[in-house]
Design a protein around this ligand. Structure first.
Ligand code: G3P
Ligand code: MG
Length: 249
């Protein structure tokens, strides 16, 4: 059956802004992804020690900055002093950690759709889900298209649902599609299931779409595989290959 769920998003989503071509989850990466024609960005958001929503994939800042330690232990002012670009390449040295406020301003000014992946540190799932949803509601108030909120954490999604039910949600599945997937997405009132590429079979796509849900797949960097997934009926893919895959695939 055809889905009745509204899905205003493009088929191609730039993963962490520009994949690996710019330092992930920075404003520079969003700018580069946009320059390559991508009109939707995925990025990871968590809270600093003082509750500021910032873009960061890992629990620690070690891999993606010149600092060390858990982001959850550092205030925004401390995180803002770190270099989140120099690890990638010299032209990006000094790139700061972006706040969700800054990225909302950039994406809205440039007509870019957002997928905010709620990536809480352990123990902060509920608080992060609530805060990101409430802040996103304010930042995108009046916008033509709301950001898609996604998470591996069902606690975070449940909190987002309670805080801002009008914002669309996606459940990220790590591993095979679980037998009770439909119960989970129904409970969380999700619009889509976001699957890892290696666990996405034709049967998975058929099952999810037959139940009326959208399906988006990460991380797809190969054109032939992207074609196959779209032929099977996938609604969107996340890619790092912003320079080799067409944004209008
Ligand atoms: O949201 C899709 C994808 O970003 C999930 O995995 O580890 O890249 O955040 P990860
Ligand atoms: Mg992510």
């Amino acid at each position: 059956s055809e889905s009745k769920i509204s899905w205003p998003y493009p088929k191609m989503i730039a993963h962490r802004g520009a994949g690996r071509l710019a330092p992930e989850n920075t404003l520079a990466s969003m700018r580069l992804g946009a320059e390559h024609g991508f009109s939707m960005m995925e990025y990871d958001v968590k809270l600093s020690r003082d509750g500021v929503p910032v873009l960061l994939h890992d629990d620690t800042v070690d891999r993606s900055s010149n600092g060390t330690g858990n982001a959850a232990d550092q205030t925004y002012n401390e995180l803002a002093k770190l270099d989140f670009g120099g690890w990638h390449s010299k032209p990006y040295a000094g790139e700061p950690i972006p706040t969700l406020y800054a990225i909302a301003a950039f994406t809205l000014a440039n007509n870019i759709f957002s997928n905010i992946e709620i990536k809480p540190h352990t123990g902060a799932e509920a608080e992060t889900g609530t805060q990101v949803a409430l802040i996103a509601r304010q930042l995108w108030a009046g916008a033509a298209v709301a950001p898609l909120l996604s998470s591996f954490s069902e606690i975070a999604l449940e909190s987002a649902l309670k805080a801002a039910p009008e914002l669309p949600r996606a459940l990220l599945i790590d591993g095979a599609l679980p037998a009770d997937w439909l119960t989970r997405v129904q409970r969380l009132k999700c619009v889509s299931v976001n699957m890892g590429d290696r666990n996405t079979t034709k049967e998975v796509v058929r099952t999810v779409r037959a139940a009326g849900y959208k399906i988006a797949v990460w991380t797809v960097n190969d054109a032939a595989r992207a074609r196959e997934l779209f032929d099977w009926g996938c609604d969107a893919i996340f890619t790092d290959a912003i320079d080799t895959l067409s944004p209008h695939f």
